[in-house]
Every structure is written in C-alpha cells, then in structure tokens.
Write a protein that binds this ligand. Structure first.
Ligand code: S3P
Length: 431
C-alpha cells in the first residue's frame, strides 16, 4: 500500500467502535445473568476473536441487525483451543475471566506476534489467586480454573490488561480484591463493571491509584453503546494536524481521560482542537471532535502521560516529525512488547523517510523540521498501528510512503483505507 501527498484532505467521518470497550462488552455480557445488547461493536479481527472465544466458553452470541446480543452462562471447558489471533486484550482478559470457573480447562493460542508477548504479568497474579497455568511464560498456555481467593496486588506495570484480568478473576473469588498501578491505566473495565451492577471502588494509594471490588460481584445484563475509538480517530486527527489547510470532524468519540493523551498532545503542539456535543454514553464521556492544521511545536512527553497515549505513540512520533524542533518521549519501554517492537519499527520507518530520530532504552527523540521528505518503504512487522501511522504520514509527506504489508489493519480498523480515501486521502495498493 502506498500513501501519496493529499493536500485536499478533510471532512467528517465516523470511526468504528472502541476496541477496548468492545472486548469488555462481550466478556462481561458472557459472564452476566441475562441478555446483553451491544450497539456499535467494533467488528475487527481482534474483537471477533473475543466473540468466538466467549461462545466457545458457553455464552450465546448473535448478531441482530446492527447490534450484537450476548447471553451469559456458567463458563465450560471449550472443545478446542481458544485462538486469540493477534489480540493481547483477548488473551489476557479471557484468561482472567475464565480463571474463576472451578475445573474449567482451556488452552490459549495466538499468532506469531502474540506468542512472543509477555504473559507472566497475568500468570503471576492469577495463579496467586489460585488458578493454575502450564509451564510457560508465553502462548500457547493451558489454564485450569479454580475456586479463587482474593488478592492485594501491586502491579509492576501500568497495564489495563493486567488490572482487568485481576478484576474479572475477582468477580468469582472469595475475599478482598485490590490492585494498585504505578500510573492509572484505561479504566473501561471499572466503568463497565459498574454498569453491569458490580461494586468497584477507587481510592488513592500512597504510590498510585488502588482499584478494588466490593461485595457485589454478580453481573446483570444491560445495554452497552460503544463509542467511537479515539485510537482509530487519531489517524484522521493526525492527518488533519499535519496537512496544511486540513480539518476533520469525528462524531461520537470516547473522551475517557485515560484515553485522551494523544488529543491533548496535538492541542499542546498547536493543532486546533474543539469538542462539541459532550455527553455520556453507557458511563463513558463522548464528544464530537474537530481537529485542524496549524504550525506544530515540539512536545515533551513525560512518563506519567504514557498510559493515556500508549497506542498512539508511534503516530505521535510521526506527527512530531512535522514540528519545528526536537520532541522527547520518555518512559515508553512498553512499546517494545506491543504487536511489534514499536520503538524499533517507528525509528526505522522515520529514518527511511528522512526524519532524524534517536531511540534510547525506553525513550525516543524526534527531530522535527516542519516537513517530511518521505519516499521510503516502511516495514509494518504485521502491526496494524505501524501500518496506519506511516500511511497517515505519507498523506502529508513530500513524496509517497510505501508500507510493505497493510493486512494487519483489519485487526482494529477494517475500514481505514476507504475512510481515509473518503476524506481525500490518496491511498493505493500495488506498486
Ligand atoms: C488495552 C490495554 C493496553 C493497550 C491495548 C488495549 C486494553 O495494553 O495498549 O491496545 O484494552 O486493556 P496494556 O494493558 O498492555 O498496556
């Protein structure tokens, strides 16, 4: 796929449903008593892997018009392996959710990328609660569920997947369940658990934020309206911020403060950002977001801001190459264990397109010059966000940017190409 300079980029476009919220709606629906209706579910490969998995665990899942219906069940051992594909969220959240079903046995598998990603961060707390795992620190892994005890866990990483796995396991545990994170990660599980009727509490801990489950841990079916994914809208916003004269509006985007780091960074760099029609949707704040071009200033991103920006960091590094001066991203070591080594991939991709950037062990400096030469080929390493970040950069660069393989885009944003084209983005496949 090649992205060509697109000087007339702009307009209004609706991005698909939030990936994190979609996974959670399916999993909580599959654990709840009754039938849950989900409107606006993201139908990307990652979320569909979760849908198939909860069905294999015994829930009933069906598409009904534009909505999805999930009827919860006592989870059973699936007939075959649970294939999580490329999706870390599926693997980690499902292991937590399944862990509390005494005697359930399930083998989790994934593609080559997921099979390399760290699972010890889940195995440690979930086995401390009483579940058993086969002897490995990566997929494939076999989990045996048990009657779980409580846990008071200080997580070494700010990870919503770790936090959510513990909370989901905790739903079926006896005893107190509490988790402290070094920096608060996305809190969609907490928001949605409340929506399903569970009791979730948050309080300040000396070294971070503590999340605990209360006494009420039974879930009752509900209706979840999934808002637009800010991590997908980010590509449209970035194009608008980088292309002179461009402006885009994306209606109905999730504005949860644990997810707005990228938008805040764009605003701080000088892009024009406005929010309209701010409202609540199934407990999540939502707004129509407009972003317009302006000359960009460099950014200094400190480690405390990383969790709210985590999935957009490769894209933010691309935007920083349009700033006038050096941007500095600190505390970004987690990028190395995402769908690819994103620190390595983004450094190589920028360098191939004439941008000077300097990776450090868990930091990156990008020397912005106000414009990008382009003309290079980027290896996406099968990573959806690397492919989309560089195709977006290619719309704003002086020469086309080629991405070796864009097939992974279907995991999170199946309509990315056609949606960018509808806004005037020139994306073409072939040579
Ligand atoms: C996610 C949490 C984050 C994020 C991922 C989705 C989630 O991962 O990068 O894309 O839905 O909980 P970590 O928990 O590993 O930080």
């Amino acid at each position: 796929m090649r992205a060509y300079p697109s000087p007339r980029f702009g307009g209004t476009a609706k991005v698909p449903g939030d990936k994190s919220i979609s996974h959670r709606a399916l999993i909580l629906g599959a654990l709840a008593v009754g039938e849950t209706r989900i409107s606006g579910l993201l139908e990307g490969e990652d979320v569909l892997a979760t849908a198939r998995a909860v069905e294999a665990f015994g829930a009933n899942v069906e598409r009904c018009g534009d909505d999805w219906l999930v009827t919860g069940a006592e989870w059973i051992s699936p007939a075959g392996p649970i294939d999580c594909g490329n999706s870390g969220t599926s693997a980690r959240l499902l292991m937590g959710a399944a862990a509390g079903f005494d005697g359930l046995e399930a083998t989790f598998t994934g593609d080559a990328s997921l099979s390399k990603r760290p699972m010890k961060r889940i195995i440690d707390p979930i086995s401390r609660m009483g579940a058993r795992f086969s002897e490995s620190e990566s997929l494939p892994l076999t989990l045996t569920g048990a009657g779980l005890g409580g846990i008071d866990y200080e997580s070494p990483v700010a990870s919503a997947q770790v936090k959510s796995a513990i909370l989901l396991a905790g739903l079926r545990s006896r005893g107190p369940v509490r988790i402290v994170e070094p920096t608060p990660s996305r809190d969609h599980s907490e928001v949605m658990l409340l929506r399903f009727g569970a009791e979730v509490l948050a309080d300040e801990a000396g070294n971070g934020l503590a999340i605990s489950l209360g006494e009420k841990r039974t879930l009752s079916a509900t209706h979840i309206h999934v808002p637009g994914d800010p991590s997908s809208a980010a590509f449209l916003w970035a194009a608008a911020a980088m292309i002179e004269g461009a402006q885009v509006t994306t209606p109905g985007i999730c504005m949860n403060a644990t997810r707005t780091g990228f938008l805040e960074a764009l605003h701080e760099m000088g892009a024009r950002v406005t929010l309209d029609n701010e409202r609540d949707q199934s407990g999540e704040p939502v707004a129509d977001v407009t972003v317009g071009h302006a000359p960009l200033q460099p950014l200094h991103l400190t480690p405390d801001r990383v969790p709210a920006t985590i999935d957009e960091l490769p894209l933010l590094a691309c935007v920083a190459s349009f700033a006038d001066g050096e941007s500095h991203f600190e505390g970004i070591g987690e990028l190395k264990v995402k769908e690819s080594d994103r620190l390595g991939a983004v450094t190589a991709g920028l360098a191939a397109n004439g941008v000077s950037c300097f990776p450090e062990s868990d930091a990156l400096r990008v020397l912005g010059k106000g414009s990008v030469r382009g003309g290079g080929t980027v290896m996406a390493h099968g990573d959806h966000r690397i492919a989309m970040a560089f195709l977006t950069l290619g719309l704003a660069a002086e020469q086309p940017i080629r991405v070796d393989d864009s097939s992974a885009i279907a995991t999170s944003f199946p309509d990315f190409i056609s949606l960018m084209q509808s806004l005037g983005g020139r994306l073409e496949s072939g040579l």
